[in-house]
Design a protein around this ligand. Structure first.
Ligand SMILES: Cc1cc2nc3c(=O)[nH]c(=O)nc-3n(C[C@H](O)[C@H](O)[C@H](O)COP(=O)(O)OP(=O)(O)OC[C@H]3O[C@@H](n4cnc5c(N)ncnc54)[C@H](O)[C@@H]3O)c2cc1C
Length: 316
């Protein structure tokens, strides 16, 4: 059976929430899946991978493979492709996943298709992918001896591991020299402690309708009562009311919370593409015709300066 390598993105031993979405996508294609983990902390994840329907996991180790290093990861994967005989490589369409796959494609001299939502393997492969920040779906055909894909984040439900025995580990040590690690993390500063916009179960977002930086205080209170965080539209960051790290959208963060509360946000396409994977949406807007109101599961027509305090009062 054709085997497919599935690179599982992780951050220092914490699996990315999109990694098992890529496994779900890859599993739907009917190949023999061989997940791959690279770098420090990788092997500690193997016991968490029971019940995924895979018999072995490749763990790639080398003294240059510590933290994320896209060139070195791509180079290592290219060598594993040769050794394993795999004909397909898949990972998540995050910034990191796309960067590693671009290096792999360059090394193997093979085309790469990013942000795929559906694939029909055949000759040629027929694929659907998201373009332009989610505002365009494109159908493409891919003819290549080796298929290189990334999966659009949140386009597939993540597979849930269970308590089944963990897959076997196959260690692989690539041949790397210093030039393979020209880009590597040497330091980083965490701006958000605890839950982040990308992982919060509830996001309470404000747009132009909030009116000022101070106007976000009730949204902060509501978010904290619901165990969530505050997000915002680009108008808000442009006005300097919130930092860019809070921005939801095409040029901000893509989110997929259980609940998205959009207060005074019109729902422009560039905002919507960042919020559309939310499981449920509540929109609060004075304009019943606003785009966000027609897309939301629940809509309250009203002034957010009255509705949000009323919600807080009711919750208390
Ligand atoms: C290349 C590009 C990339 C972009 N990337 C992003 C992005 O990542 N994220 C993003 O958000 N935008 C992005 N934008 C901007 C986007 O096009 C919109 O301009 C922006 O999302 C609008 O923000 P808004 O909804 O807060 O403001 P508006 O569109 O002005 O809407 C304000 C809404 O608030 C309502 N309102 C006003 N007062 C109240 C009140 N008191 N109570 C309740 N409702 C009220 C109004 O009815 C209106 O619906 C991008 C644009 C471009 C060109």
């Amino acid at each position: 059976m054709t085997s497919a390598l599935v690179l599982l993105d992780h951050d220092r031993g914490a699996l990315s929430d999109t990694a098992l979405q890529a496994v779900a996508f890859a599993g739907s294609l009917g190949f023999d899946l061989e997940p791959v983990l690279i770098g420090d902390g990788a092997e500690s994840l193997v016991p968490e991978l029971g019940g995924l329907g895979v018999s072995k996991v490749h763990v790639i180790g080398h003294e240059l493979l510590t933290d994320f290093a896209p060139e070195a990861w791509g180079d290592s994967l290219a060598q594993l492709v040769v050794v394993s005989g795999a004909k397909v490589a898949i990972t998540t369409g995050t910034d990191r996943g796309n960067e590693v796959m671009a290096h792999l494609g360059a090394i193997l001299d093979q085309p790469m298709v990013a942000n795929v939502t559906k694939a029909d393997p055949g000759a040629p492969w027929k694929l659907s992918r998201i373009r332009w920040g989610g505002s365009l779906f494109e159908h493409v055909e891919l003819e290549a001896p080796f298929q290189l894909l990334t999966v659009a984040p949140h386009s597939w439900e993540a597979l849930e591991p269970d308590s089944s025995p963990a897959p076997a580990v196959e260690h692989f040590e690539p041949t790397l020299d210093e030039t393979a690690a020209r880009t590597r993390v040497v330091d980083r500063v965490t701006l958000n402690a605890g839950i982040t916009l990308a992982t919060a179960p509830v996001v309470v977002s404000g747009g132009r309708g909030v009116g000022s930086a101070e106007g976000f205080a009730p949204l902060e209170e509501l978010a904290s009562m619901l165990g969530g965080v505050v997000g915002c539209s680009r108008v808000v960051t442009n006005n300097g009311w919130r930092p860019h790290t809070d921005q939801v959208g095409q040029t901000g963060t893509r989110i997929a919370p259980e609940l998205y509360i959009a207060c005074g946000i019109s729902g422009a396409i560039q905002h919507w593409v960042g919020a559309m994977a939310s499981k449920k949406i509540l929109a609060i807007n004075t304009d019943p015709e606003a785009n966000m109101m027609s897309k939301a599961d629940y809509a309250v027509v009203g002034d957010l300066h009255e509705v949000v305090p009323a919600l807080i009062k009711a919750l208390k």
